[in-house]
Design a protein around this ligand. Structure first.
Ligand SMILES: *Cc1c(COP(=O)(O)O)cnc(C)c1O
Length: 388
């Protein structure tokens, strides 16, 4: 049968059901699986059979989750992790050797940046960075030992957009592995593999769960590279729990409808903020004023759920705005049914100097809104009263 549509794959990709013929996927809370006899056990361990042995390796629920993500991203294979960060770390740890080099966008998730600056250097792996407005100089950063090109788009928290097609061309020309963290867009809005990415990583904690319940992560890509990641992971133990895999697999069934509404709400919030006189500027990929609007239109189906804007009046105005919020949540998460408001300069990025913050587009008054699924009029009313 031909490949089905995105929504259909998300709902109809399923593991085999038990003798009870459950309609909805059963939960396999089992740490291990039994063998028929000594020969079955030998053949299973020799990987002559594709079957579940132990849930640190595979489990029916994690397999269903991974199969769905692979279909959505257009990838051959994948492995599911306990968190987004274990997916990112294990991918680097499995694919790199001491002495290798990474070229990465400067705006990456905080813990990914900590991995590059604090931990990978312990194994003699260094990273060079390019800023969003410096993509033309990426090739100058490439060294003979460069192995990976890494990026996230849209970026956190400044909501800049990087040109995936361009990154794919650079990776191809220099024989690099292009890894894209597709967490902000989800495969519903953007498929990096179509633009030349080799591996896509996700924090499933965000829009994939979408309801603020569980942590999870996943890496998908070509079978040979995923095999390396799988072997590293089955021996080091960052596996996703079967329960969380079951939750996340269910969540994927509603990803398209949820993300559609997130995007519709976010665009309305962005338009409201852009017209407000206490706001200096708004960054949302599908607003014409966004500096990379044309690139966003080329590679994304819709603009996503995150809006960044600058309140007039700097740090104090940013903090005052947060203190005035009544309904939306002040929380560090994103991609939830609940709208979440954060002020990066006084929280997640407060340890950076002002100069370093500006390098990644975080001015003192920058506010990040993860627009949820409440009625958007209520969200806008809360933001409006908080702007005063
Ligand atoms: C949250 C996040 C991560 C880390 O995911 P966890 O599930 O919290 O470990 C990685 N990348 C991006 C872009 C994120 O937003």
């Amino acid at each position: 049968m031909n490949k089905k549509h995105f929504e259909t794959e998300a709902i109809r990709t399923q593991i085999e059901r038990t003798e009870f013929l459950e309609h909805s996927a059963p939960l396999y809370l089992s740490s291990s699986f039994v063998f028929e006899d000594a020969e079955d056990m030998r053949a299973s361990f020799a990987e002559e059979k594709e079957r579940n042995l132990y849930s640190r390796f595979t489990n029916p629920n994690t397999t269903e989750f991974v199969d769905k993500i692979c279909k959505m991203e257009g990838a051959e294979a994948g492995y599911a992790f306990a968190t987004g960060m274990s997916a990112v770390f294990s991918t680097f740890a499995a694919l790199l050797n001491s002495g290798d080099h990474i070229v990465s966008a400067r705006s990456v998730f905080g813990s990914t940046h900590a991995l590059f600056t604090k931990f990978l250097p312990k194994w003699n792996i260094e990273t060079s960075y390019f800023k969003v407005d410096e993509v033309d100089s990426i090739e100058e950063l490439i060294q003979p030992n460069t192995k990976i090109l890494f990026a996230e788009t849209p970026t956190n928290p400044a909501v800049d957009v990087l040109d995936l097609e361009f990154l794919g061309e650079v990776a191809k020309k220099h024989n690099l592995i292009l890894i894209v963290d597709n967490c902000f867009a989800t495969p519903y809005l953007q498929k990096p593999i179509d633009f030349g990415a080799h591996i896509v990583v996700h924090s499933a904690t965000k829009l994939i769960d979408g309801q603020g319940r569980v942590l999870g992560g996943v890496a998908v890509g070509p079978a040979d590279l995923i095999r390396e990641i799988y072997l590293f992971s089955r021996n080091t133990g960052p596996a996703l729990s079967p329960f969380n895999a079951w939750v996340l697999s269910k969540s994927l069934e509603t990803l398209a409808v949820r993300v559609d509404r997130h995007c519709e709400n976010a665009l309305k919030v962005a338009e409201f903020l852009e017209a407000h006189d206490k706001v200096n500027f708004v960054k949302y990929p599908f607003l014409k004023s966004h500096p990379q609007y044309e690139i966003a239109k080329k590679q994304m189906k819709k603009g996503g759920s995150i809006v960044a804007f600058e309140v007039k009046g700097g740090v104090e105005a940013g903090r005052r705005f947060l203190n005035n919020i009544k309904m939306c949540s002040l929380s560090a998460n994103l991609g939830d049914t609940r709208t979440i408001v954060t002020h990066p300069a006084s929280t997640t990025h407060s340890k950076l100097s002002e100069e370093d913050r500006l390098q990644v587009g975080i001015s003192d008054g920058l506010v990040r809104v993860s627009v949820g699924l409440e009625n958007v009029e209520d969200v806008i009313a809360d933001l409006e009263q908080a702007l005063g």
